[in-house]
Design a protein around this ligand. Structure first.
Ligand code: FAQ
Length: 344
């Protein structure tokens, strides 16, 4: 396994005295390390109370908090369509979906907190623009068909990526993913159903559906991250069994899944190089625009500025609610202390 062995000796320089305390700390670290290796090798869960290498903790906080931020920012493109959904039923379904995404963000922030990073720190990183979130949410949702494309392609890519994460070696993350995936599969179906209805409607509706798929196909494939030879984190994350498959493997799995689905929808995927490769047993697909991807990740996507500005405004507008809730909780705690004293 490509992990670094921690310093296991209390003494670096020859002849230096070992204090009992330093020796105990070194023994604890060695035992913790051995136990961690054993958990990973035996495919068991690492729990918050377990010793873990610092870099394992760091990479989890990075991935889980980015994932949480994606769910929160990801509410914006669809939230924007709640007031314009074409029927009461569509509005109710979309509202439920957007609320689900908020819930996913909360499970994930809770999972990240168990690694010792506070929720406020994570919120602050998103607020100041230091934190990353998924590139896909920097693209606009221009028409109602885009809501279908987001459900079918974006949630579809999310599930493909996230089902293996249910087996992530870190317990709280894996367990959060189980709940999230159940809800995501409903999301994908609702997107599919929107597109199916449009693609079997008038010629104009079918065009709208095709146009949405044309715009979301490439960015959805990029959700899996850069190609394997440009992915600095994948190897180590796979060795630690956080990620189970590489970015390109998951991307291929997704392409193989959506080609027959697009045929059933009666829509075309916008890639002239897409064809079945009998030898590989997979669909070949054309190059993606990686220059655009890296530029979107750096914060210059079509709506990057607007997404962050909207998040900041919502957070600022909600400050009084947080203050009132904190004041109420403090008052309640004081009253509880008072009644405990009276009872004593
Ligand atoms: N966008 O070395 P790798 C959803 C960054 S949730 C932006 O390959 P890793 C539900 C990456 O962070 C969608 N940045 O990194 C929904 C790293 O930067 P860093 C979110 C990206 O971590 C639906 C650098 O590039 N899902 O859609 C992206 O091994 C509808 C190098 O990359 C998750 O977060 C990207 N697409 O693999 C909600 C799933 N890709 O941190 C609302 C969990 C890469 O070194 C509506 N996350 N980067 O500065 C993962 O599986 C992984 O973190 C990957 C990236 C696969 C995203």
């Amino acid at each position: 396994m490509a992990t670094h062995t921690p310093q296991l000796h209390a003494v670096d320089a020859p002849g230096e005295q070992i204090t009992a305390e330093a020796q105990r700390a070194a023994d604890d670290a060695r035992l913790g390390w051995e136990r961690f290796q054993e958990l990973i090798e035996q495919d068991k869960r690492v729990e918050p109370r377990d010793w873990m290498p610092n870099n394992y903790r760091k990479t989890l906080v990075r991935q889980v908090s980015q994932h949480a931020h994606s769910e929160i920012i990801g509410m914006q493109p669809e939230g924007n369509w709640i007031t314009r959904a074409p029927s009461l039923k569509r509005k109710a379904v979309l509202m439920a979906k957007v609320q689900d995404e908020a819930g996913h963000g909360l499970y994930l922030y809770s999972a990240a907190e168990t690694l010792g990073t506070s929720r406020d720190q994570m919120y602050q990183q998103l607020y100041t623009g230091q934190a990353k979130y998924s590139s896909i949410f920097n693209y606009p949702a221009r028409t109602w068909a885009d809501i279908g494309a987001i459900g079918w392609l974006v949630d579809g890519a999310a599930i493909t990526n996230q089902v293996p994460l249910c087996r992530a070696s870190y317990g709280p993350y894996g367990r959060a993913m189980v709940r999230i995936c159940k809800e995501e599969s409903f999301h994908q179906r609702q997107g599919w159903e929107i597109l199916y209805t449009l693609s079997h409607g008038t010629e104009e509706q079918k065009q709208m559906a095709q146009n949405a798929v044309d715009r979301f196909y490439g960015p959805a494939l990029q959700m899996f991250g850069p190609p394997d030879d440009e992915s600095p984190n994948s190897q180590q994350s796979m060795a630690w069994k956080i990620k189970r498959f590489s970015n390109d493997d998951l991307r291929q799995r997704f392409v193989d899944m959506i080609v027959p689905q697009a045929e059933a929808l009666g829509l075309t995927l916008p890639d002239p190089d897409l064809k079945w490769n009998q030898k590989r047993g997979h669909y070949d697909y054309g190059d993606l625009d990686w220059e655009e991807f890296f530029s979107v990740v750096k914060g210059t996507g079509p709506l990057s500025h607007q997404r962050l500005a909207h998040y900041r405004a919502a957070r600022d507008d909600g400050a009084w609610v947080r203050e009132a809730a904190a004041a109420y909780a403090a008052k309640q705690a004081e009253a509880d202390r008072g009644s405990a004293l009276l009872r004593a």
